[in-house]
Design a protein around this ligand. Sequence first.
Ligand code: ADP
Ligand code: MG
Length: 323
Amino acid sequence: EQLANQIAAGEVVERPASVVKELVENAVDAGATTIDLTIEEGGLNLIRVIDNGAGIEPDEIETAFQRHATSKLLSSADLFRIASLGFRGEALPSIAAVSRVTCISSPTKDGLGKQLVIEGGTVQQSGPVSAPQGTEMSVRDLFYNTPARLKYMKSIQTELGHISDYVNRIALAHPGIAFSLKHNGNELLRTPGTGDRLQVIAAVYGTSTAKAMLPVEGETPDYVLTGYVSKPELTRANRNAITVIVNGRYIRSFLVNQALLQGYHTLLPINRFPLVTLEIAMHPSLLDVNVHPSKMEVRFSKETELRELIEQSVKKTLGRDRY
Ligand code: ADP
Ligand code: MG
């Protein structure tokens, strides 16, 4: 069991940013409206995520750290109807197998919660504690018991870069959630949680960038597009400022990127890329998210319909800007 957890951990927990991703997705799934992250030393010393979501029932906290105990997958048909971000029930046990975790959670507003301390997958301490409604997960000393994995970690700046990039994108994906991110005491991001995506763009990229963004929208019977694309004058040397969100999930899609660039057609200089935050909503049955364990790659049904929708919507937005 311990070994199985460590093996699973290798798949789920590649680096500090993977831990951040799993913890933040759980907080989003729990319906949190504020998510505060505290990171120390690129996440290798500490990753703390505090949310005000639904919390975990005291008698379910230990189960949440057991492998597959909470998998929401009931049948293969469910793979095509995944609404929540988490669905494998592997993240917490995998994280706990390779770090020291303290989980404090309360499902109620009565000020009473439960604390669980797990080190290397073994429960060290468990008992009642005073706590606000929500969950506080602290992950310390990541990979302390898997030195081979620890050796693969890059510099603190590199690991922080991955974390910061992920938090920026999940904040863009959820403008209704107030996110904050601190690293070694410095605040790197704070979003207001008002639901206005342009305010998140301003928090991530700066207010002058936000002013150079144009709203894009469009729909077909199967897909609804909303978001912002930059004026052709505002470009980047790479695709990193393109954020694509599908049903609340930040994803990577060659198809979507291609369609976006097609929308700009001849307006972009060669080897330059726009800033884009694009949300695509669709019925979950039109989406296969189970292509890769990281859940970052997806496959769309009706690819042509989607490609044309994106291209035409972007053209419409840019055309409106020109004339
Ligand atoms: P999954 O998200 O795939 O269900 P995880 O291992 O990530 O599996 O989490 C296990 C379970 O623990 C979740 O299904 C959820 O019930 C509970 N849980 C974890 N984090 C939180 C949180 N921040 N708030 C509320 N419940 C949580
Ligand atoms: Mg999860």
